[in-house]
Write a protein that binds this ligand. Structure first.
Ligand SMILES: Nc1nc2c(ncn2[C@@H]2O[C@H](COP(=O)(O)OP(=O)(O)OP(=O)(O)O)[C@@H](O)[C@H]2O)c(=O)[nH]1
Ligand SMILES: [Mg+2]
Length: 296
């Protein structure tokens, strides 16, 4: 299925509003208002939307774009321009490399580890999942199920064990078996709880103590929470040295503009988007493709 179809309501809401602007021969106050409304409802954020449209207006004047179509074309170029050039690769630099998955409750961390693991195994890497969510026994079982589907090995600790010790053990196991990659699950946490954020910092520190190198800390955000995701991203960014974002549930969100908002505000690249609950429902974030899907 194409990204366009998979984005579901994200593209629906935005594209429908743009369609009303596109057909117009003349660009007037109402046109700009509609565009701003479309951007804000897509969760681009008020300030970035205004900044973006100010640029589009300027360019439209200079380039003599008069119709709605021309203006939408410029808007599209400006959005792609903002997203282009970021490094969206996942870095590997260790034996093994460790990728930590962090975020608030229920955003899709464990599911995303399954999906990312599957992609890495398909690329020929040996992958270990570390069951660093030790708060609930069910969390470990859920990760083990995903490991089976993805073709990865899962390393678990006792229920209630220190998450950092579980991740450390997983790294040692991975090193001993010659695995390339450790994907570490963590318990969902509230970004405002200091001790939980400290625990995350400890996991990160301990994960890099032995043979492993932490090369990515991936913040998982639920796209359906819109601008609230931005608040989470800001706080996690400060506490956990986030290197990349993964936006889940884009299949059920009318707010794909959050991609622009988070990148613009935090300067952290979106690396993947989740577009469903299945093993293959994860796509690398490609600005051109994404914006095409959003606009068409
Ligand atoms: N539609 C859709 N659902 C998703 C996606 N990613 C995850 N989910 C669903 O979101 C729910 C929560 O996913 P989990 O992976 O358990 O989330 P988590 O962040 O590990 O949750 P905690 O461990 O409780 O903090 C599950 O029902 C998933 O199937 C996605 O991209 N699209
Ligand atoms: Mg989980």
């Amino acid at each position: 299925m194409s990204l366009r179809n998979r984005l579901g309501s994200t593209r629906g809401a935005f594209a429908t509003r743009l369609a009303a602007v596109r057909g117009r021969d003349e660009v007037d106050v109402a046109t700009w208002e509609r565009l701003e409304e479309a951007l804000i409802l897509a969760d681009v954020g008020v300030v970035p939307s205004e900044a973006l449209l100010a640029l589009v207006r300027e360019r439209a004047a200079v380039e003599g774009a008069s119709g709605g179509d021309g203006v939408v074309g410029i808007l599209k170029e400006e959005i792609v321009g903002r997203l282009d050039g970021a490094d969206r690769t996942l870095s590997v630099a260790g034996a093994p490399s460790v990728w930590l998955f962090v975020g608030v409750n229920g955003v899709g961390k464990t599911t995303t580890i399954g999906k990312v693991g599957r992609r890495q195994v398909a690329q020929g890497r040996r992958v270990v999942f570390a069951a660093g969510d030790t708060y609930r026994a069910a969390a470990v079982d859920q990760l083990a199920l995903w490991a089976e589907r993805a073709g990865a090995t899962v390393i678990r600790g006792a229920e209630g064990a220190d998450p950092s010790s579980v991740v450390f053990d997983a790294v040692e196991h991975a090193a001993a078996m010659g695995a390339d990659l450790v994907l570490a699950d963590t318990a969902g946490r509230v970004h405002t709880r200091r001790n939980l954020m400290d625990e995350l910092a400890k996991v990160r520190r301990v994960a890099g103590k032995g043979a492993g190198t932490v090369t990515e800390t991936l913040l998982v955000l639920d796209a359906t929470t819109g601008q609230n995701g931005l608040v989470q991203a800001r706080q996690f960014g400060e506490a956990a040295d986030v290197t990349g974002l993964i936006l889940t549930k884009m299949d059920g969100s009318a707010r794909g503009g959050i991609v622009l908002a988070v990148e613009h505000e935090l300067g952290i690249p979106v690396k993947f988007v989740g577009v469903g609950e299945g093993l293959d429902d994860l796509v690398p974030f490609e600005p051109g493709e994404f914006v095409d899907a959003l606009f068409e």
